[in-house]
Design a protein around this ligand. Structure first.
Ligand code: BGC
Length: 707
């Protein structure tokens, strides 16, 4: 239904609602923490939404809601984060962080489309995705959920996945609502302690953390989730300026805002800024939260507050209007259950989309010529804790990692671990494959480094798979130490003494400190959490069936003490050096090699039309794909501006020996800064335009324009 009509209908319905019915619309009930009977009672009361409920249980709740006096349909939300993960049969994609290595909005949009279709086929309406926080402090447990450290890249990919989830029309049967979260600056908590205070200013917010949300809103994102934390001491849940003035008045957001889990109650129990739940309820609603996730006491508290005049009904009306408008726009009143597409959950086309996505994420960070493996390599040893751990490969937010899941459950087929991938692809190349885990991610008595070395001794080359495991990822899993855990470094050193070529593969939720492996290995591949077919994609790259084309969306620290080490830092004294560590990251934002080579030349930029011209040549001997990155650097500005800032990128695929002339349009806004009055302005002057295949100075061509 068109927006205007939906708003009209919503306000007509609102006029018929009792105060109790209105407040109930604002409630989102967590199915997993109330009994089924309890959930039914909430449906009878007219609760607006439920989360984490599937199948017949959801259907019964919907039937119950439809039988209420006004028959307002329930909206079902779920964490379909990289695939419809809470359904054990769904297609699991690479994590957001892994997907960001593709620098490919089409791949990311497709992930959204497939996921939406599978969620809709389960009759559900809404995913709490994408995460548009930035992964700058990589100690944070939720870095895997981000699109990396850069606001521009995160915004482009965020907008793409929103379009994938929502399609062109909210009432389309195969599409669902997206939810950009966690608004705002949630990933920036001090010490990377999840959900703590972010010490950022409004200027910084506007420059760094707001832009991805702005792009999602422009892409039509229907819902936004309020972050847990606080900014400069004020919980986001009661930050009217951010939730209302900036979001609605400035960005023009016209969907509805949902709190994160228990945000309302946490104002009393965790953040200690409200004494009673009534005070918390009123403040949360007045600040601009339309739907309240999980704090079920909100219902009575808000009714009490309204009765005694502590709150005004207009606050509730505004929230309910936002929710009902979206429900009408989705066509929920005509078709309360999404139909999806029968048989699509885990269907072949969707599995192929997951494999395509996994292939596009493979990022080659070092290669002295070991890869692709030559014909002389007849036996390969696959070693390491990440080689055959499908749960680690899946990463967070799947059926197997959800807090309510069986801790030891494994996915049913199809999936391919790295070990299985090397075995299957190796067979095509008539290569014998040996395997030993060697050690666990976390030290265990079963670790057997000696045996792993004995096995590796018999091979011509070693694939060493390191990383982290489910217990080291997610909420409340922030890490103070980003070194490889357990005996992974020790095992590497032991393998190194064998004198065999080693390719280290990182299957992890985030950049870990793999300095020893990076220095000692002949090749390094970063795969992060590649989903179902991560192992296959890596194996194809190892044997040369796939030419890697991923680029890092995030910088790799050399040491935990170097974090944060993002590329777009503000300049200062002493080149940012530590006396005991170089300033540069181990691997930089934007890095990613190929089995072919590319050369850029002829960079120019026209100051009038703001168009970049440059030539890209495939100078190697096979087809390949790379990402041309354009950065700007403001030479003199009223406030410090980043040493470089990504403003455009383009993926290019070229046959061996061929080249192309690129024409990349820029926009005046790409040169804006946020001044001390918090205004976004372009200050006239000179700007460097930098073009290259990574953010590293030595990889960049440079020209200067005057604006
Ligand atoms: C997380 C959100 C998630 C919500 C619902 C919270 O703990 O922070 O990202 O969407 O739970 O599961």
């Amino acid at each position: 239904m068109k927006r205007q009509e939906a708003m009209q209908k919503a306000s007509e319905l609102l006029n018929q609602m009792t105060v109790e019915e209105k407040v109930a619309q604002m409630i989102q009930v967590p199915y997993t923490t109330v009994s089924h009977r309890g959930a039914l009672r909430w449906a009878e009361l007219g609760a607006g939404s439920f989360l984490h409920v599937l199948g017949d249980n959801a259907r019964e709740l919907q039937r119950t809601a439809l039988k209420t006096r006004l028959g307002i349909p329930v909206i079902f939300g779920i964490d379909a984060i990289h695939g419809h993960g809470l359904n054990p049969h769904a297609t699991i994609f690479p994590s957001q962080l892994a997907a960001a290595c593709s620098w490919n909005p089409d791949i990311v949009r497709k992930m959204g489309e497939v996921t939406a279709c599978e969620v809709a086929t389960d009759g559900l309406h809404w995913t709490f995705s994408p995460v548009l926080c930035l992964g700058r402090d990589t100690r944070w447990g939720r870095v895997d959920e981000t699109f990396g450290e850069d606001p521009m890249l995160a915004g482009e990919l965020g907008a793409a996945i929103v379009r994938g989830y929502q399609g062109d029309d909210l009432d389309d049967d195969e599409h669902i609502l997206a939810c950009a979260k966690h608004y705002l600056a949630y990933g920036e908590a001090v010490g990377a302690r999840d959900a703590c205070d972010s010490e950022v200013t409004e200027r910084k917010i506007r420059e760094v953390f707001l832009p991805p949300f702005e792009k999602a809103v422009k892409a039509g994102c229907a819902t936004i989730m309020t972050a847990y934390g606080s900014i400069d001491g004020l919980p986001l849940t009661i930050n009217h300026r951010i939730l209302h003035d900036i979001l609605r008045d400035e960005l023009g957001f016209n969907g509805f805002v949902v709190t994160d889990w228990d945000n309302a109650r946490s104002l009393v129990t965790r953040q200690f800024v409200k004494e009673t739940i009534e005070d918390a309820a009123v403040a949360a609603a007045q600040a601009g939260n339309d739907m309240i996730m999980t704090s079920l006491e909100y219902y009575d508290a808000m009714l009490n507050a309204l009765k005694c005049g502590q709150a005004d009904i207009s606050t509730v009306d505004e929230a309910v209007l936002h929710i009902l408008t979206i429900k009408y726009e989705m066509g929920l009143f005509d078709r309360p259950e999404k139909k999806g597409r029968s048989g699509c959950i885990g269907c072949e086309a969707h599995l192929n989309a997951s494999l395509d996505a996994a292939r596009s994420t493979i990022t080659l960070l070092k290669n002295d010529g070991m890869l692709p493996l030559s014909d002389e390599i007849r036996t390969v040893a696959v070693i390491g804790p990440a080689a055959d751990d499908i749960r680690a490969q899946y990463g967070d937010w799947t059926y197997f990692s959800h807090p309510n899941a069986d801790k030891h459950a494994h996915p049913e087929r199809p999936y391919v671990t790295l070990k299985e991938g090397i075995e299957a692809v190796g067979q095509r190349h008539k290569v014998q494959v040996l395997y030993a885990e060697g050690c666990s991610h976390i030290e265990q008595s079963t670790d057997d480094l000696v045996n792993a070395c004995e096995i590796a001794k018999n091979a011509d080359a070693i694939i060493y798979a390191v990383g982290d495991m489910i217990d080291q990822i997610g909420e409340s899993k922030d890490r103070a130490n980003l070194s490889l855990s357990g005996r992974q470094d020790e095992l590497f050193e032991a393998l190194l003494t064998l004198g065999k070529p080693i390719c280290t593969v990182l299957i992890a939720s985030k950049p870990l400190c793999i300095v020893k492996e990076a220095e000692g290995s002949n090749a390094v591949i970063c795969a992060f959490n590649g989903g179902m077919f991560g192992g296959q994609a890596i194996a194809e790259a190892v044997f040369g069936e796939l030419n890697p084309s991923g680029h890092l969306p995030i910088s790799f620290p050399r040491h935990s003490g170097q974090v944060p080490v993002y590329y777009n830092y503000l300049p200062g004294w002493h080149n940012g050096n530590y006396c005991d560590l170089p300033a540069s990251p181990l691997f930089a934002f934007g890095e990613g090699l190929s089995y072919t080579s590319f050369e850029l030349s002829g960079l120019s930029c026209d100051s009038e039309s703001l168009t970049v011209h440059l030539h890209v040549q495939n100078t190697g001997n096979r087809q390949g794909s790379t990402v041309v990155q354009i950065y700007q650097h403001d030479l003199v500005s009223s406030v410090l501006t980043p040493v470089k800032r990504l403003i455009a990128f383009e993926r290019v695929t070229l046959e061996a020996g061929s080249g192309t002339d690129l024409v990349i349009p820029l926009h005046r806004d790409d040169f804006a800064l946020v001044n001390t009055a918090c205004q976004t302005v372009v200050e006239p002057g000179s700007f460097d335009i930098l073009a290259g295949l990574s953010s590293k100075d030595e990889d960049l061509l440079r020209t200067t324009i005057l604006l």
